[in-house]
Design a binder for this molecule. Structure first.
Ligand code: NAD
Ligand code: UGA
Length: 465
């Protein structure tokens, strides 16, 4: 089976970059990315490539090469579904905010809507690929919806979870550690798997393309995110021990990371992990464990999220206690709002929680982030409903220049590890702040020895200095 026409439902952080790379690497396949969000599609089609809805290093070049050739962005969902041999579902799967499983289970309503739309529109046999992150056994629900249309169309369902990280999406897609494809063990299922393997084989070495059964594939995605988040919570748990004992978390990370069984990656202490997936996927796993009555397993994984909440809260608590137990009316500047560097994504960013805590203490915040818009920052805060929208705008000001942002601040807090923060003229910054001038480095990126020499009072996550 040779695929000629792909449709991807969902033009977000995963659908957009993933399909752009498939289109770039497979010029003979027509790839159409559809979304119900008209503004998002318009942005993907914008002729100014700096206006794409997702900021990812290198993405503009990939889109420039493929768009209009074999890569298309459209709101005509039915047409794209009907034309396609293979349909990727890459819609959002947020945590449920209502009903059973509220605050934990994945909300699968967008997935189900896609399945129903495919069932309604499809006239010929199709392969449906789960690209979104889903609870294990979701494929059986999709299958049940698709198989009960009564129109004789045959569907194969594959699981092909995405492992890209934001900020490095293009590199991760071009050179993935592995691509995982789960499918039915039947002959038809194996043929469908092979069709997707053939697509990836255009640029990914065969030994990196792993095939499994559907359930293993679905569960591997949740497991990978749970393990990664667990590493961050583990190193963050050690960071507070370091602060209390005089050990230094960077030295500890290096020492344990040199053990080849542990490895050096994902051992950077921080103000807490963010991003749209870690918390959502762990809570989803916790919920799955609970539904099987596995309370000890559920509690084990939930602790990873609780540790992360603790890390965010203790960072803001430390700012308040260091600033003589009151930040009311004091100006604190945030460098960074995105959940990590090199992305404009702010979903679940630690900065949001830290800001909310400080605003509740009546601090005045000034925020500078090189990529995040003012509109986004206010939307993140308003969503929490902690205070009125007017109050959020009164207490927090967004700045587009770091040197303006810090004027007359009492303290600076580093919330995102943007490289440019390391290159600032810190003497000039010091000269324009109230004294004593404090720095709270929640990412451990600054040279606190040099800053102390200038006169700053420094706190660095995981270090007693
Ligand atoms: P996103 O919110 O950026 O994009 C989802 C898009 O789907 C939105 O633009 C939305 O309008 C669209 N959509 C929803 N319902 C639709 C429908 N019925 N028809 C057409 N369009 C519809 O989400 P994302 O970050 O791209 O994540 C998508 C999935 O991929 C999630 O399950 C997530 O867990 C997973 N994932 C995300 C990342 C990441 O880095 N963001 C990485 C790996 C996996
Ligand atoms: C993560 C995974 O790394 C991807 O493999 C996965 O596909 C994706 O989630 C997903 O399913 O959405 P992402 O959230 O984009 O990717 O970014 P990460 O690099 O994993 O960082 C997540 C958070 O952990 C960030 O806030 C980051 O600052 C923090 N982090 C990461 C640390 O605090 N310390 C570290 O050592 C590493």
């Amino acid at each position: 089976m040779t695929i000629k026409n792909i449709c991807c439902i969902g033009a977000g952080y995963v659908g957009g970059p993933t399909m752009s790379v498939i289109a770039q690497k497979c010029p003979n396949i027509k790839v159409t990315v559809v979304d119900i969000n008209e503004d998002r599609i318009a942005a993907w089609n914008h002729k100014d490539l700096s206006r794409l809805p997702v900021y990812e290093p290198g993405l503009d070049k990939v889109v420039e090469e493929a768009r209009g050739r074999n890569l298309f962005f459209s709101t005509e969902v039915d047409k794209a579904i009907n034309d396609a041999d293979m349909i990727f579902i890459s819609v959002n799967t947020p945590t449920k905010t209502y009903g059973k499983g509220k605050g934990m289970a994945a909300d699968l309503k967008y997935i189900e809507l896609c399945a129903r739309q495919i069932a309604r529109v499809a006239k010929q046999d199709k392969i449906v690929v789960e690209k979104s992150t889903l609870p294990v056994r979701t494929a059986s629900a999709i299958k049940s919806i698709l198989e009960n249309t009564g129109n004789g169309v045959q569907f194969q369902i594959l699981s092909n979870p995405e492992f890209l990280a934001e900020g490095t999406a293009v590199q991760d897609l071009l050179h993935p550690d592995r691509v995982l494809i789960g499918g039915d063990t039947t002959q038809e299922g194996q043929k469908a798997i092979q069709a997707l393997v053939d697509i990836y084989a255009n640029w990914i070495p065969n030994e990196r393309i792993l095939t499994t059964n559907v359930w293993s594939s679905e569960l591997s995605k949740l497991t990978a995110n749970a393990f990664l988040a667990q590493r961050v919570s583990s190193i963050n748990a050690m960071s507070v021990i370091c602060e209390n004992t005089g050990a230094d978390i960077n030295e500890v990370s290096k020492a344990i990371g040199m053990d080849s069984r542990i490895g050096p990656k994902f051992l950077k202490a921080s103000v807490g992990f963010g991003g749209s997936c870690f918390q959502k996927d762990i809570l989803n796993l916790v919920y799955i464990a609970k539904t099987y009555g596995l309370d000890e397993v559920a509690d084990y994984w939930e602790q990873v999220v609780l540790m992360n909440d603790y890390q965010k809260n203790r960072f803001s608590d430390n700012i308040v206690s260091t600033l003589y137990n009151t930040v009311s009316g004091k100006k604190i500047t945030f460098f960074g709002w995105a959940f990590k560097k090199d992305t404009n994504d702010t979903r679940e960013s630690a900065a949001i929680k830290v800001a909310d805590n400080l605003l509740s203490e009546k601090a005045n915040l000034s925020v500078y982030d090189p990529k995040v818009t003012e509109e986004r920052i206010y939307a993140d805060l308003d969503y929490l409903n902690s205070r009125s929208e007017e109050e959020n705008r009164k207490l927090l000001k967004v700045q587009n220049n770091p040197y303006n942002a810090i004027k007359n601040s009492h303290a600076i807090a580093i919330l995102t590890e943007w490289d440019e923060f390391k290159t600032y003229d810190w003497q000039k910054i010091y000269d324009n702040m109230h004294k004593p001038a404090f720095i709270f480095d929640g990412r451990g990126i600054l040279d606190t020895k040099a800053l102390s020499k200038i006169g700053f009072i420094c706190y660095k996550i995981g270090s007693a200095t």
